[in-house]
Design a protein around this ligand. Structure first.
Ligand code: 9MR
Length: 736
């Protein structure tokens, strides 16, 4: 930060004091993040040919000679919000080691790249301050501030400091409207089940609601219950209960005063399509196979990714990260984890486990739809094996390929992950990914995840494919032994360039979960003694898998001693009771209420995982309160929330459709598709780890820390472990 900037900041309180009478719109709102480079380079970037770093508090880039157009060499920041019709002022200090003229640009980051301002900037070795103004003609959350320095005759170094873009009428974090204050399940309600809506209304007294049918006729009226202040959203909420209406129909609306909800259906089986679509997500994200139009339609079809065809570098022969080992493995296949093209054993095994558990539940509850071959539009739809198992096997086969070869010191362990060397931009079809990919070192956590999913696989495929079952069992038991021989090999948190870390330094929970699965499948006493974890209100996640041991015990009670089964069942009911209480205690029906009052990354999966536990409790007790609460959790996901937002693409009039995904990049390139229906967005995340969220949501209440923008990977990504959880719950609510 320069001395001038420090002075300006110091003077700020004074300016605010003397400016008390100034109307709100005259305030200057800063639109760039980290313009002083005090917190390093993030979120600034530079073109691949112009490496940059922070030097003495400035961002400096090496500009190469030999490019032609200004935009061929840039330093910039994306995800800057701009409002249509608003003036903006760009200020910065810059210097260059050779006298040159560069361009300062504020524009849309994506085509048509409409500019708010484009100005020539003459630079010399002496740092000089510049100021430019321009008016934005477009509203966007994806503006770009950049210095375009391409076309240089000689190479030089460009340095930048104190970058500021001020303007706009909307205070950062403000200006969001969520449509109607009457919040419903935008997909619809099951005709024979409870039907409730949440209404934002300041009144301390009940207010009148009216239910209208598809042609606008009043079906019935009633008055709300005042729920009061809802901590997670900051809203004052009322509840309307119209459970007594059971007439099947489309286009219903709930009306309070002049406020009309989004339209919704009352249907006999509102969830039959979601059950299939949430599972179809996995075929869409398969690696190593073309995604064919005959299964997904023209708009979502794409060539196979990472099958060893240029420009791909893999995944048929992927080397270890230099310095970790000296072999290559064929790790083709599996699912891409999320919006990125990484494949991670920890998360992949959990997602496969949840799909396999969906199958085991269907088997035990005689839910024949869940066992159907032909349930899904996938290549294996007529192979006489349940489609949900075909899909799970696609991932399990990949997990098996991630094993360290037999003659190596860490034989039997699983490599933690395989992903690109560097993050790729959007859009990027898997088949176009040019990055080198590496196997990252094995980890105890990945090895135990493989053991757990492998043991489950062995149990399930004993019926469908005994040879595959034996292969899974051998891998699972070998992995268990390898994990015990190497119990503390942790994946480092810092290993997060080009792929996520999935770091974890406590694997006692993974040991316990794997032991439960291995005992369930083999009945060997030694495993039982290693089952040490219990389900707690904290539930489970990719990092904390201990609770899954109780779910495995409850799923397969005949395989465990009764003194294990009864306490596990009790814990499931008790934790489910807590979720029901939390759901009923809030203005919006979210069964997940974090004790720290903050939503974590992927909070919608905390909702679905809590719903899964309530679903298990229903299966154990047949108490309708659990089933009702699972259904109301779906209300939350489908629009009955602080944002009036359905987090499931294709379901509801205000559904997420710009999820962070490198193929489903319609928001950036209209020739590419939006997410297919049934893709769950990560949802509200108090952490705001990405620049779009940081620019647009500062100060948000936890339930409102969400933006349906492709750049917001921390609130709006998709992921296999989130959709597997949604698929479990969608199957539950469909199968009642
Ligand atoms: O779901 C993961 C979340 O719990 C972590 O906090 C976050 C940061 O490590 O990573 C999330 O997982 C992402 C993974 O690292 C890379 N692929 C996309 C995943 C979903 O955003």
């Amino acid at each position: 930060m320069s001395a001038t900037a420090r002075l300006f900041t110091a003077a700020l309180p004074l300016v605010l004091l003397v400016g008390l009478a100034t109307p709100a719109h005259a305030e200057t709102y800063e639109r760039v993040l980290n313009g002083t480079f005090d917190s390093g380079k993030t979120p600034w970037w530079s073109s691949g040919n112009s490496p940059s770093r922070v030097e003495s508090g400035r961002l400096c880039a090496d500009i190469p000679a030999g490019t032609v157009n200004p935009w061929e060499s840039m330093i910039g920041q994306n995800d800057v919000p701009l409002e249509a019709g608003q003036p903006y002022t760009l200020r910065f200090t810059a210097s260059a080691t050779k006298p040159v003229t560069v361009r300062a640009v504020v524009a849309l980051a994506d085509p048509p790249s409409t500019a708010t301002l484009t100005k020539p900037v003459p630079l010399t070795a002496e740092p000089k301050a510049f100021e430019f103004t321009g008016t934005s003609t477009r509203a966007t959350t994806r503006g770009q501030v950049a210095i375009q320095a391409g076309g240089a005759k000689e190479a030089y170094t460009l340095c930048l400091d104190d970058v500021s873009l001020t303007g706009g009428a909307i205070r950062p974090g403000d200006g969001w409207t969520y449509g109607s204050p009457v919040r419903v399940n935008q997909l619809g309600y099951a005709a024979t089940e409870d039907k409730r809506a949440s209404i934002v209304n300041a009144s301390a007294q009940p207010v009148t609601w009216r239910l209208l049918d598809g042609v606008g006729e009043v079906v019935t009226t009633g008055s709300t219950t005042v729920k009061g202040d809802d901590a997670m959203s900051g809203d004052h909420v009322h509840i309307a209960d119209f459970s007594r209406v059971r007439t099947v129909g489309t286009g219903y609306t709930l009306v309070v005063g002049a406020d009309v909800s989004e339209p919704f259906d009352i249907a006999r089986s509102p969830y039959d399509a979601l059950r299939r679509d949430s599972l179809a997500y996995f075929y869409h994200n398969r690696s190593g196979i073309p995604i064919e139009a005959k299964y997904v339609g023209d708009t979502h079809s794409r060539p196979a990714g990472h099958v060893g065809v240029a420009p791909n570098k893999g995944d048929t022969s992927v080397p270890c990260l230099p310095g970790t080992c000296d072999y290559s493995l064929d790790v083709s296949g599996g699912w891409y984890d999320a919006g990125d093209h990484g494949k991670y054993v920890v998360n992949g095994a959990l997602a496969a486990w949840q799909l396999m558990d969906t199958y085991e539940r269907s088997l035990r509850t005689l839910d024949f739809e869940g066992l159907r071959d032909g349930l899904l539009a996938i290549p294996e739809q007529a192979n006489r094996v349940p489609d949900v198992l075909d899909e799970a096997r696609w991932e399990v086969e990949f997990l098996l390929k991630m094993r360290v070869p037999a003659n190596e010191p860490l034989a039997g362990m699983a490599h933690h992950k395989i992903h690109d060397l560097a993050w790729t931009g959007h859009p990027m079809l898997p088949s176009n990914d040019p990055q080198p990919r590496y196997l990252h070192a094995p980890s105890t956590a990945a090895t135990l995840n493989l053991a757990a999913a492998g043991a489950q696989c062995a149990r399930i495929w004993a019926l469908w494919d005994p040879a595959f079952s034996r292969k899974c069992l051998a891998a699972a038991e070998t992995a268990w032994q390898a994990a015990n021989a190497h119990p503390d090999v942790y994946a480092p948190r810092e290993d997060s360039v080009g792929g996520g870390p999935y770091d974890d330094t406590d694997v006692s929970d993974e040991f316990s979960w794997a032991a439960a699965e291995l005992y369930a499948t083999t009945g060997k006493r030694a495993y039982l003694g290693r089952v040490t974890t219990k389900l707690t209100p904290a539930g489970f996640s990719w990092k904390d898998t201990g609770a899954l041991a109780d779910l495995t015990i409850a799923r397969l009670p005949e395989r465990f001693p009764v003194d294990r089964v009864l306490p596990a069942r009790k814990r499931i009911l008790a934790v489910a009771d807590g979720h029901v209480r939390d759901l009923r205690g809030q203005g919006y029906p979210n069964p997940s209420l974090p004790t720290d009052g903050a939503y974590a990354w992927g909070s919608t999966s905390a909702t679905t995982n809590a719903a899964m536990i309530m679903g298990m409790a229903y299966d154990l007790s047949f108490r309708s309160e659990y089933r009702d609460a699972v259904l109301e959790s779906m209300d939350y996901l489908l629009g009955r929330n602080g944002l009036n937002q359905s987090f499931i693409s294709g379901y509801g009039d205000r559904a997420s459709h710009n999820q962070h995904h490198r193929h489903w990049s319609h928001q950036i390139n209209s020739a590419l598709p939006s997410p297919p229906p049934g893709s769950l967005a990560g949802g509200p995340n108090s952490g705001l780890q990405d620049p779009v969220a940081q620019q647009n949501l500062p100060g948000c209440k936890p339930a409102k820390c969400y933006i349906d923008d492709i750049g917001s990977w921390s609130t709006n990504e998709v992921a296999v472990n989130w959709n597997s959880s949604l698929a479990w719950v969608a199957a539950f609510v469909d199968a009642r």
